[in-house]
Design a protein around this ligand. Structure first.
Ligand SMILES: Cc1cc2nc3c(=O)[nH]c(=O)nc-3n(C[C@H](O)[C@H](O)[C@H](O)COP(=O)(O)OP(=O)(O)OC[C@H]3O[C@@H](n4cnc5c(N)ncnc54)[C@H](O)[C@@H]3O)c2cc1C
Length: 302
């Protein structure tokens, strides 16, 4: 990372939102990951300038939300990480339409919806990601997914142009979209919700939170379900049936509580987690002929 690049960056973004050699373990729910050359927290109006600078100086950049679906390598990331934190932008509600900046946590958006007596977002309240990350992943739980409530998103494309994209043009499928393929950065999302009773909405959110606490190893750092659900199977059950409950590689472990979760049991490195994932994939394939596909996205150098 050259001094010239950093000096130019400081003409676009205030210094207190630029972090050099930033440990990515502070920005991922796995709590692993080496340093990013630079991590910035850009406001949406700063994105075109940042992208232009990166393109001109040939510096690669990567976008993250809350890092709750990411495994960042121990050697970190060469280039710039754009962390879409929420800033001051609020979640706004007009009628049954909720609009949220990409960096807003889903829990916050769902709480604003509840307070406005709007139903439809309860399923998302316990997913520890941002609105932007949830759109990219078409995040879902308990029978709901982003696709059901999303109307449109605002994105900045690789040339720095801002445009609106309708849900139908996002190719939302099971834990996927075309956002990454198109090199878009989501800056805002618009949701269509329905009228409901705040008390009933909150009760549903509490019930789902309770189910999460019962089934998931929430006391350990993880990235949620490590693998996608293979058609006709459940990843957690396949892993359990393969005899891998509690199986370890260094500090990484297949959760005893929910075999679909790989957890950081304390001192795991990203390499431990990746090795464990590879061993789980190989063993499940050997025993059942089913190839598990990671849901977690890998980033950086291992
Ligand atoms: C305990 C736990 C439980 C979980 N439960 C669920 C669940 O029930 N259902 C579920 O679907 N997921 C679940 N997850 C996974 C994760 O929370 C979701 O995938 C979430 O949507 C990721 O959001 P994020 O902001 O953390 O994105 P990140 O992990 O930061 O990024 C995910 C991907 O999106 C990209 N990205 C992020 N923001 C943007 C943006 N603004 N513009 C363009 N690209 C962007 C990143 O480059 C990356 O490729 C769980 C995770 C944990 C730790």
């Amino acid at each position: 990372m050259t001094e010239e690049f950093l000096t130019e960056l400081e003409t676009i973004i205030e210094k207190d939102r630029i972090f050099e050699k930033e440990p990515m373990k502070k920005h991922t729910t796995f709590r692993v990951g080496g340093p990013a050359d630079v991590l910035i927290q850009p406001r949406k109006e700063e994105l075109p300038g940042v992208l232009e600078l990166c393109r001109r100086r040939e510096v690669p950049f990567y976008v993250i939300g809350n890092g709750s679906n990411l495994l960042v390598g121990d050697k970190g990331i060469r280039g710039v990480v754009l962390e879409m934190s929420a800033g001051e932008e609020a979640v706004t509600v007009k009628g049954r339409v909720l609009r949220a900046a990409a960096g807003v946590m889903l829990s916050k958006a769902a709480n604003v919806a509840a307070a406005a007596g709007l139903t439809g977002m309860e399923f998302a309240a316990g997913i520890p990601g941002t609105v932007g990350g949830a759109v990219v992943m078409n995040a879902g739980a308990y029978g709901g997914e982003m696709k059901d409530i999303l109307v449109s998103v605002t994105v900045v494309d690789e040339h720095g142009t801002t445009k609106e994209v309708k849900t139908g043009d996002l190719e939302l499928g099971y834990r996927q979209s075309n956002v990454l393929k198109n090199h878009w950065i989501v800056t805002e999302a618009v949701f269509q919700l329905a009228e409901g009773e705040e008390a009933a909405i909150r009760e549903k959110m509490n019930t789902l939170a309770e189910q999460r606490r019962e089934k998931q190893p929430l006391q350990y750092p993880s990235a949620g379900s490590t693998f996608k659900r293979p058609e006709g199977y459940f990843a957690g059950k396949l892993i359990m049936d393969a005899g891998l409950r509690g199986y370890r590689a260094g500090g990484a472990q297949v959760s005893e509580k929910h075999c679909g979760f790989v957890i950081n049991s304390g001192e795991a490195t990203a390499s431990d987690i990746r090795r464990l994932m590879e061993e789980v994939i190989a063993e499940v394939e050997r025993q059942f002929g089913v190839t598990l596909e990671p849901e977690v996205k890998m980033l950086g150098e291992f």
